[in-house]
Design a protein around this ligand. Sequence first.
Ligand code: ADP
Length: 415
Amino acid sequence: MAGAFALIWGTLVGLSTLCFLLFIALWSERQKLSLFDNWLNSPDRNRLPNLNPAWDRVFKSFIKIEKNQKASEAELNRALTRFEQAARALPDAVILLSNSRQIEWCNTKAEEYFQLELDRDQGVQIDYLLRQPSFRAFMRSQDMAASLSLRLPRPSIDRQVSMQMIPFGEEQTLLLARDVTEREQLEVTRRDFVANISHELRTPLTVIQGFLETFEDNPAEDTKLLTRGVKLMSDQSQRMNRLITDLLALSRLETSDAPPQEVVHMSRLIESVRVEAQALSTEKHNIDVHASADLKILGCEEEIRSALSNLVSNAVRYSPKGGTISIEWALIDQDPVFSCQDQGVGIAPEHISRLTERFYRVDKSRSQETGGTGLGLAIVKHILNRHNAKLEISSEPNKGSQFSIRFPKTIVSSK
Ligand code: ADP
C-alpha cells in the first residue's frame, strides 16, 4: 500500500504511509501484549483472549508449561506429605534443630517423650525445655559420635532414652531418641537372675565343700559324722538337682513354640496329681477332689500337669499335719476353673502379688526345708500365660490359701 501511494503521490507520502502502518501494527501488538499480561495475572484456561493464531500458539505453549509445573508441584507436595507422615510415624523420637538449637520440627514420638507441642514450641531453644544438666552438656558438645542415656520422668514409670545427634542440611542437627526402658529393665532382670542362681547354688555347694574338707582332715574316724555328712551332702545335691530341673523347665517354657492343642482329660490328670500329692504328704493330709468328669480342655497335658502338681504340692508343703486340701475342677461363670484350697500357713497380702517372681519366697527356711526351689509358681505363671489362663490367689495368714487357675472358656474341648 505504501509503494502504491509513493507511485501516485510521491516518495514522501509513501514513506509517511509506511510509518503510519508500522505504528498501527506496533500499537495492535502492544494491545495484545497488555491483554496477555492481564491474563497472566490470573490465568484461566477457559477464558483465552481471542487474538491471532500466532498469539494462540503462545497461549497454548504457556498453558502447557504451567500445567506441567502444577503437576510437578503437586507431586513434590505429595512426596513432602508422605515424608512427613513417615517421619511422624517413626518409632523413635526425631527433632530437627536449627544451628542455634531451636526446634524447627519434631515428630509425634518426640512430642510424647519430651512433652513437646510442635505448634507451641517451634522456634524455642531446646535446652530451655529440657533442662537436665547432662542433656545441656551433651547438646553443647556437638559431639556427633557421642550418645546420651537420659531418664525422663513420667507420671507412671520413668522412661529411659538413648539420644544421638546427626548433622543435617546446612548446620542443622537431627536429634534422635530411642526408648530403651524395656532393654534396661531386661538387663536388670538378667543380672538379678544370675545373682539369684549363684546365691541359690552357693549354699548347697558350701555345705558339700565343708563336709568334704572335714573328711579330708579326719578320714572316716567318726562314723556318725560320716553318716550325717553323707546324708546332708546327698540332700544338698538333690536340692541342686531340683534347682537345675526347674531352671531347665523355665527356660524350655520361655523358648518353646505355642503349646500343642491336645485333648486333656482333666479329671484323670487331677486324680494322678492327687496320688502323687498323697505320696508327698505321706498320708498326713486329707486330699478331697471334686472334679467334673466331662470337662476336658485343649492344651499341653505335660505342662498342665506340671502347673496343677506345683499348686497341690505347695498346698501339702505349706499345710500342717492333718490339714484338709480341697481340689475342685468345674465351670464357674462358664470358665473352666481348677482350684486348690488348703488350711495351711497362709500368706500375708503384701506378698501375694510377688509370689510368681523367680526365687520369691515368703519364708525361705520353710521353702527349703520342704525341698522348694522358689521357682514353682514362676513355672506355673509361664504355663498359664501359654494357655491364656490366669492365676487367682486368695489367702489369709494362719487360715489357709486358695490358688485357682481360670482357663478361658474357648479352651473347653467338646471331644
Ligand atoms: P517354693 O519352692 O519356695 O515353694 P514357689 O514358687 O512354689 O516356691 O512358691 C513361692 C512362695 O509362695 C513359697 O516360698 C511360699 O512362701 C509361698 N506359697 C506358695 N504356695 C503356698 C501355699 N499353698 N501356702 C502358703 N504359702 C505358699
